[in-house]
Structure formats: structure tokens, C-alpha cells
Design a protein around this ligand. Structure first.
Ligand SMILES: [Zn+2]
Length: 350
């Protein structure tokens, strides 16, 4: 037994001495090694990739022959399928010997960026920036359920190049997270970097209705539809309808409250008023969409010329001259009339 083992060892030793130099010589005369220049190619795991631009992509290759780095005049590169997202190839041929090697790489769609989420009347709207080359987007959602004390996932294919989508299957007070992934060929293709960046989070908060604004001397009282689903309200006033001038925001931290009087206002100034719910979820404050806007103006009766789109005080002399078919009576605020395209008469200055 021991002798047989020695013989075997001897054979192995002899074969190593004889065979090894021969194979080494053969390899040394014909070794081409190729790799991508890391300055131009990134890796996702072990997959080399470049990002789609709409033009043909030719990532440079580092070529060595028998351990010697070749300069570009010593080899040729031939690229295939190298414009559109998918699998691309490059054939490397060493001119001296005609020896060829092939490298493959992926062309990925650019990552989706600038995702935002916000509450709207119908649900939660997700917006994202357009991705060059995308034929559609996959919307990824996870919802926190207190019933299961965990996240549930949801995927939707948006087979258009639209860059927004409203999730209407959402429940008040539930927290949602969203991510967007562009696709090229079909929603399940992997010609993209997957979900990149943090998911965007919000809590579904329904829109309040501002029911009334009652004017008073240097004050106004706003009433709204309350909702006990959320932590509280923000009531905002401003002197312009875009809410950029003299903006004042009041926080009401009791969800059962449905009205508030704002004092310290100027008389003869129009104040625009709106309200929204907010909700605190694990220490973060989330906001609903702002309500409809009302003002502290008193409602009055005006006479309209529906042809010229002028409005008058009922006592104005011009009213008599309006043809019956163009005459209408309106009761409401002056600013609402102006917003709907009417302008005040120059004589009665209503
Ligand atoms: Zn008039």
C-alpha cells in the first residue's frame, strides 16, 4: 500500500516537471486579457453597465497581450447592440495575431430622480422627472398597516411616459411610501438600476372644506368640515389669492375644533382664507391639501351686463340702458365676480 502511494507520487512529480513548462509556454505566447476602463463603466454587483444616452455607447477597453499593455493602434474594437437599453457587446481583436475576445455590458436607463408625493382631493399624487428612453414606469408602494403591524407592497405598471400618477386606493391616516422605476422594454425587464434613492413618504390626509368666512370689525371667523382622523388644522390668511402677501398661519391642535376667529385684522382689507389638516405620525408632521379659498368680503347684490362683462350697483343710471337679454342679477362677493372675468363699472364704481 505504502509502496503504491510512493509510485503514484513519483508519477505525479515527473508529470508535473514534464507537462507544466509546456503548457506555460503555450499560454505565454498567446494570452489576451481585456477589461473595461473603470473610468467609463460602472458596476451593479458584478454587471458592468453604462447609462443610455440615445447615442451609440463605446466604453473604452484595456487590452493586454502576454502581459504587455497594448496601445489603441494595436487592436480593433467592434461594438454591437450598443445604442438601446439591453445587452451590448464589444469584440476586441489583437491585430498582430487576429486573436479575438468579447466583452459584454449592459445599457441601463438613467435612474429616476426628483420623486415627490403630496395629498390631493382624490388621493396621493406621485410626480417624478422624465427618464430618457423610458417607455413606462413601475410605481412601487408600501403601506404601513397597524392591523398587521407591517408593510404591504403594491406594484403598478404605468404603460405611458406620463410622469405623474395619483394613488386613489389610500386610506385616511395610513402611511405610504413610494418609489419609481423606469422601464424600457416591459415592466419586468432589468434594463435599469432598479429603485434608486430613498422612498418618499406621506400619510393620506383628506382635504377639508372651508364652509364659511364671516367678516367682523378687525376680525373674521372661519368654519370648516372637521375630521377626527388627523392631529389638527392649519388655518391660513393672506391679502392675495396666491397666499404670498401678509401670510399668517395658525395651528389648531384639537381635531374636534371646526371654527376659529382671527383678530387684529385691518378693516377695508380683503383677506383670503384656507384650511388644511395635518397629522403627526411617529414624530413627523404631514399635511393635507389646502381647502377651497373664501374671503372676508360681504356679499352684495350687483347688476351684470352679460354682454360687456361689466357689473354695477343696482342704483346705477347705466343699468336702465342694459338690454333685458344682457341683464342679470348677482348676489355674492366682488372678488368672485372679478375672478370670473367681470370688471366694475367706471361710473358707479361698485
Ligand atoms: Zn354702473
Amino acid at each position: 500500500m505504502k509502496k503504491a502511494l510512493s509510485v503514484l507520487l513519483l508519477i505525479l512529480l515527473v508529470s508535473a516537471v514534464i507537462v507544466h513548462p509546456t503548457t506555460a509556454d503555450a499560454a505565454a505566447t498567446d494570452t489576451v486579457s481585456v477589461s473595461f476602463d473603470p473610468a467609463y463603466v460602472k458596476y451593479k454587483g458584478t454587471t458592468p453597465y453604462v447609462v443610455y444616452t440615445g447615442s451609440s455607447l463605446t466604453p473604452p477597453v484595456i487590452v493586454s497581450y502576454n502581459g504587455r499593455l497594448l496601445n489603441a493602434s494595436e487592436y480593433t474594437l467592434s461594438y454591437r447592440n450598443n445604442t438601446y437599453p439591453g445587452n451590448a457587446l464589444v469584440d476586441v481583436t489583437v491585430k498582430e495575431t487576429g486573436k479575438k475576445k468579447t466583452l459584454w455590458f449592459k445599457i441601463y436607463l438613467p435612474p429616476t430622480a426628483s420623486t415627490s408625493v403630496e395629498n390631493t382631493d382624490n388621493g396621493i399624487q406621485i410626480k417624478w422627472s422624465s427618464v430618457k428612453g423610458a417607455r413606462g414606469y413601475v410605481i412601487y408602494r408600501r403601506a404601513w398597516s397597524s392591523a398587521t403591524n407591517g408593510w404591504t407592497d403594491f406594484l403598478r405598471w404605468n404603460n405611458t411616459t406620463s410622469t405623474s400618477w395619483t394613488d386613489t386606493k389610500v386610506y385616511a391616516g395610513t402611511r405610504y411610501q413610494y418609489g419609481i422605476k423606469a422601464y424600457y422594454d416591459d415592466p419586468m425587464d432589468n434594463y435599469n438600476l432598479g429603485l434608486v434613492g430613498p422612498l418618499k413618504t406621506t400619510v393620506r390626509i383628506t382635504t377639508r372644506e372651508l364652509i364659511s368666512v364671516t367678516p367682523g370689525s378687525k376680525k373674521l371667523t372661519a368654519k370648516w368640515s372637521a375630521s377626527s382622523h388627523f392631529t389638527g388644522y392649519q388655518l391660513q390668511t393672506a391679502t392675495d389669492s396666491a397666499f404670498t402677501k401678509n401670510v399668517n398661519t395658525v395651528t389648531i391642535s384639537d381635531p374636534k375644533t371646526d371654527q376659529k376667529t382671527i383678530t387684529g385684522l385691518n378693516d377695508n382689507t380683503i383677506y383670503y382664507v384656507r384650511v388644511r389638516s395635518y397629522h403627526v405620525f411617529e414624530g413627523t408632521k404631514y399635511y393635507g391639501k389646502w381647502s377651497n379659498v373664501k374671503t372676508n368680503e360681504k356679499t352684495k347684490v350687483y347688476i351684470l351686463n352679460t354682454s360687456t362683462h361689466k357689473f354695477h350697483n343696482p342704483s346705477c343710471k347705466d343699468v336702465k340702458r342694459i338690454a333685458d337679454k344682457n341683464k342679470a342679477t348677482y348676489e355674492g362677493t366682488r372678488s368672485a365676480l372679478i375672478d370670473s372675468g367681470y370688471s366694475p363699472c367706471g361710473h358707479c364704481k361698485p
